[in-house]
Design a protein around this ligand. Sequence first.
Ligand code: SAM
Length: 242
Amino acid sequence: MAHFPLSDGRPPWRAQVLTLFPEMFPGPLGVSLIGQALEAGIWSLDTIQIRDFGLGRHRQVDDTPAGGGAGMVLRADVLGPALDHARERAPAAPLIYLSPRGTPLTQQLARDLAEGPGVTLLAGRFEGVDQRVIDEKGLKEISIGDYVLAGGEVAAMVLIEACVRLLPGVLGAAESLASESFETGLLEYPQYTKPREWEGRAIPEILLSGDHKKIAEWRQRQAEELTAARRPDLIRPTRHAK
Ligand code: SAM
C-alpha cells in the first residue's frame, strides 16, 4: 500500500483531521516543501467531516453546556463514532485533541510524533468538546500556545507542519535541521547573506574569514547569549552535587 515509502523505508506518514471545516485543508500545507512532500507521497492528509456523524435531519453536532453558560459544546455521541471511524482507518496513530489546555507542542514532541506512523487530530470549535469523549477515547491534548484560537484547524496545521518538515526527504539538506532553534537546546545564532554591507551594516567579519572552527565557536557563543537573553527557561540549570 506504501507506493512512496519514506527514504528510511517507512510507509508514508499519515495525518487525519476531524473537523467541521475540511475546506480549510490542505491550505498552507499544500505549498512549498510541505506541499511538494504531500504531492510526492512522503505524507498523506485526509479530513473527516464531523458533521457526517451529526444527529438527525440537521446533522446536529453540538449542544448547550451542561450546567449552563455561554456557547456550545461538541457532543460526545457525535465525536465518539467519528473518532472510531478515524481509528479504524489508522489504528496505530495517536488520537490528539488540539486544545489550549493541552501539553505544549515542542520541537521534541514534534520529533516524537514524526517518528511514529502519523497522527489523528481532532479540531475543536465553539467552547470545545464534551470531556467524556476525551476520557473514553484516551485523547492526548496538545496546545500550540497560551492563547485561544477560534478553532483547532490552524493548530492542527501547525502540528502537522512541525512534524512533516522533520520527515526524511522533506528538507533538502539534512544539516539545515542540525543547528536550528531548539534542535541544539538553544535558539539559533543570527544568519546573514549577501550583500556584504547593507544600509551601513556589515556582515560580522568572522563569518567572512573562512575559519570554520572560529565561525562555529562564534555561532555557539551567539546562540548561548541569545538564548540566555530571550529564553533563559531553555537553559537547564546545572546540577550541583551535594
Ligand atoms: N473554551 C475553550 C477553553 O477555554 O479552553 C476554548 C475553545 S476554542 C474557542 C475552540 C477550539 O479551538 C478548541 O476546542 C481547540 O480545538 C482550538 N484551540 C483554541 N486554542 C488553541 C490552542 N492554543 N492550541 C490548540 N488548540 C486550540
